[in-house]
Ligand binder design. Structure first.
Ligand SMILES: *Cc1c(COP(=O)(O)O)cnc(C)c1O
Length: 244
């Protein structure tokens, strides 16, 4: 296999940036998980990311991700995260191949994932995707108005009851901006929502906050991200915009 040194270098560089952002915020760099986003990249690039040291990979499309998951060596200890919107009819495929679902955005999907996880006799860690910006283009539980967070409680209570899913925290995407500081209020809002839910459902582990991408991960870390999802800053431009 031909090694692209850039990916190795970029990976180490981004790991360094994560560590210094964590230290700047008075946090332990080990408390932040890097998910390398391989969507739109060929299998060879995903393999290079693994060789560079990536332990968590993220994919947005059920088929594209499943193909890559089946193609990497089976003894690889990499964990695969579903980070894209999941159509209900893809729930089974996602459940069969992915280790984590970080974009659980509705009760109906939760029920389907729970059913298939049961059929595959597995336990699925999930994050609840929340739309904290209110942008119509975004998926997720509607959470832009803190005054209305209590409206979310009945559905979340139903999800908590599902036996084969385990909630681990929340996930969000900030609006696309060029200034990291403009993304901060949205990351802060997700952290506050997590505190609110921890008060309502103390039996659930709300510890994970998946927020921050190539353009805004440092701001996200300052606001408490425990998982950052980074694609282009490590792997370069995607070869395809959609499912490859
Ligand atoms: C594509 C994507 C990313 C990575 O974006 P980059 O800008 O390439 O770092 C992170 N999270 C989600 C949900 C994505 O769809």
């Amino acid at each position: 296999m031909i090694l692209n040194n850039n990916i190795q270098e970029n990976y180490l560089f981004v790991k360094d940036q994560i560590a210094s952002a964590a230290r700047k915020a008075g946090r332990d760099p080990d408390d932040i998980t890097l998910v390398v986003v391989t969507k739109g990249q060929p299998l060879s690039i995903a393999e290079e990311a693994i060789i560079a040291g990536a332990l968590h990979l993220g994919e947005n499309y059920a088929e594209e991700g499943s193909r890559k998951i089946l193609s990497v060596p089976q003894d690889s200890s990499v964990k695969w995260h579903m980070i894209g919107h999941i159509q209900s009819r893809k729930a089974r495929l996602v459940c069969e191949h992915f280790n984590h679902v970080d974009t659980l955005d509705r009760i109906k999907l939760a029920q389907r994932l729970d059913r298939f996880a049961g059929e595959f006799d597995r336990h699925l860690p999930v994050l609840l995707e929340c739309n904290v910006s209110g942008e119509a283009s975004k998926f997720g539980f509607q959470a832009d108005e803190p005054d209305r967070w209590s409206d979310l409680l009945p559905e979340i209570e139903e999800i908590i009851k599902l036996q084969n899913l385990e909630i681990r925290g929340l996930m969000t995407m900030a609006p696309i901006t060029t200034e990291q500081d403009q993304a901060r209020p949205f990351f802060e809002r997700l952290r506050q929502l997590s505190g609110f839910l921890a008060g309502e459902f103390p039996e659930v582990h709300w510890g994970e906050l998946s927020m921050g991408m190539s353009a805004d991960f440092e701001a996200a870390i300052q606001e408490g991200a425990t998982i950052v999802r980074i694609g282009t800053a490590i792997l370069g431009p995607r070869v395809a915009a959609g499912n490859i």
